[in-house]
Write a protein of this length. Structure first.
Length: 103
Protein backbone atom coordinates (compact mmCIF):
# COMPACT_ATOMS: atom_id res chain seq x y z
CA UNK A 1 0.00 0.00 0.00
CA UNK A 2 1.30 3.46 -0.91
CA UNK A 3 2.02 6.15 1.63
CA UNK A 4 -1.23 8.03 1.80
CA UNK A 5 -1.55 11.19 3.84
CA UNK A 6 -5.20 11.81 4.61
CA UNK A 7 -6.72 15.26 4.67
CA UNK A 8 -6.20 16.67 8.16
CA UNK A 9 -9.15 18.24 9.93
CA UNK A 10 -7.51 21.61 10.65
CA UNK A 11 -10.86 23.37 10.58
CA UNK A 12 -9.81 26.61 12.26
CA UNK A 13 -6.62 27.03 10.27
CA UNK A 14 -8.30 26.16 6.98
CA UNK A 15 -11.23 28.46 7.67
CA UNK A 16 -8.97 31.40 8.49
CA UNK A 17 -6.88 30.65 5.40
CA UNK A 18 -10.03 30.66 3.29
CA UNK A 19 -11.30 33.90 4.80
CA UNK A 20 -8.04 35.85 4.69
CA UNK A 21 -6.13 34.17 1.87
CA UNK A 22 -9.24 33.58 -0.22
CA UNK A 23 -10.27 37.20 0.27
CA UNK A 24 -6.90 38.44 -0.90
CA UNK A 25 -7.04 36.07 -3.85
CA UNK A 26 -10.51 37.23 -4.88
CA UNK A 27 -9.51 40.90 -4.59
CA UNK A 28 -6.46 40.33 -6.77
CA UNK A 29 -8.45 38.45 -9.41
CA UNK A 30 -11.13 41.13 -9.46
CA UNK A 31 -8.41 43.79 -9.70
CA UNK A 32 -6.98 42.05 -12.74
CA UNK A 33 -10.42 41.78 -14.30
CA UNK A 34 -11.31 45.40 -13.50
CA UNK A 35 -8.19 46.90 -15.00
CA UNK A 36 -7.60 44.56 -17.91
CA UNK A 37 -11.08 43.19 -18.65
CA UNK A 38 -13.23 44.44 -21.50
CA UNK A 39 -12.46 48.19 -21.80
CA UNK A 40 -10.99 48.39 -18.31
CA UNK A 41 -11.29 51.15 -15.77
CA UNK A 42 -8.48 53.19 -17.30
CA UNK A 43 -10.47 53.99 -20.45
CA UNK A 44 -12.63 57.09 -20.72
CA UNK A 45 -16.22 56.14 -19.98
CA UNK A 46 -19.32 57.92 -18.75
CA UNK A 47 -20.14 58.22 -15.06
CA UNK A 48 -23.07 55.82 -15.37
CA UNK A 49 -20.98 53.17 -17.09
CA UNK A 50 -18.25 53.58 -14.48
CA UNK A 51 -20.84 53.07 -11.75
CA UNK A 52 -22.12 49.85 -13.35
CA UNK A 53 -18.62 48.47 -13.88
CA UNK A 54 -17.58 49.30 -10.34
CA UNK A 55 -20.66 47.62 -8.89
CA UNK A 56 -20.15 44.54 -11.08
CA UNK A 57 -16.53 44.22 -9.99
CA UNK A 58 -17.50 44.68 -6.35
CA UNK A 59 -20.11 41.94 -6.50
CA UNK A 60 -17.83 39.67 -8.53
CA UNK A 61 -15.47 39.35 -5.57
CA UNK A 62 -18.05 37.57 -3.39
CA UNK A 63 -18.54 34.41 -5.52
CA UNK A 64 -14.80 34.11 -6.10
CA UNK A 65 -14.16 34.48 -2.38
CA UNK A 66 -16.78 31.87 -1.47
CA UNK A 67 -15.40 29.49 -4.09
CA UNK A 68 -11.91 29.85 -2.62
CA UNK A 69 -13.30 29.39 0.89
CA UNK A 70 -15.16 26.22 -0.06
CA UNK A 71 -12.15 24.68 -1.82
CA UNK A 72 -9.89 25.48 1.14
CA UNK A 73 -11.07 22.35 2.91
CA UNK A 74 -9.65 20.19 0.11
CA UNK A 75 -6.05 21.00 1.12
CA UNK A 76 -4.24 18.35 3.10
CA UNK A 77 -3.39 20.70 5.97
CA UNK A 78 -4.06 24.21 7.13
CA UNK A 79 -0.44 25.24 6.61
CA UNK A 80 -0.58 24.12 2.98
CA UNK A 81 -3.83 26.05 2.47
CA UNK A 82 -2.22 29.21 3.89
CA UNK A 83 0.87 28.78 1.73
CA UNK A 84 -0.98 28.10 -1.51
CA UNK A 85 -3.60 30.82 -1.15
CA UNK A 86 -1.16 33.50 -0.04
CA UNK A 87 1.41 32.64 -2.70
CA UNK A 88 -1.17 32.63 -5.51
CA UNK A 89 -2.67 35.91 -4.30
CA UNK A 90 0.81 37.47 -4.03
CA UNK A 91 1.54 36.34 -7.59
CA UNK A 92 -1.74 37.85 -8.83
CA UNK A 93 -1.03 41.15 -7.04
CA UNK A 94 2.48 41.16 -8.55
CA UNK A 95 1.08 40.60 -12.04
CA UNK A 96 -1.43 43.40 -11.42
CA UNK A 97 1.30 45.79 -10.27
CA UNK A 98 3.56 44.93 -13.20
CA UNK A 99 0.82 45.26 -15.80
CA UNK A 100 -0.43 48.54 -14.37
CA UNK A 101 3.12 49.87 -14.41
CA UNK A 102 3.58 48.87 -18.04
CA UNK A 103 0.30 50.25 -19.36
Amino acid sequence: MKNYTPIQPDWLSKTLAGIIGGGLLSFSIVGLFAWFGPSGLASSISDTELLWRTQFNMWLSVPIWLLALSFTYMFRSGARAWFCLLSVSAACFAVLAILRGVS
